[in-house]
Design a protein. Structure first.
Length: 75
């Protein structure tokens, strides 16, 4: 098993991770078994329930982060 070491983070901060990681202390992964991708909420469909609301916010934030890395790569 390959272990990835993460930089030391400050208390009260979290790593936003994808569904390949378990939800545990200091790691925020989306809930499995609930809608996740932003495209699933297009055309007026709203997230229902706390887990879908969390997944929607997680997915939206992750899209911004991935877009930001893409912009930085172009520089």
């Amino acid at each position: 098993m390959v272990r990835t070491s993460y930089p030391k983070k400050k208390d009260g901060k979290y790593y936003l991770v994808d569904s390949g990681y378990p939800n545990r202390k200091e790691f925020l992964a989306p809930y499995n078994g609930h809608r996740y991708h932003v495209s699933e909420w297009r055309h007026g469909h709203q997230p229902m329930g706390l887990k879908e609301v969390f997944n929607h916010a997680h997915s939206s934030l992750r899209n911004v982060i991935e877009w930001s890395f893409g912009v930085l790569k172009l520089k």
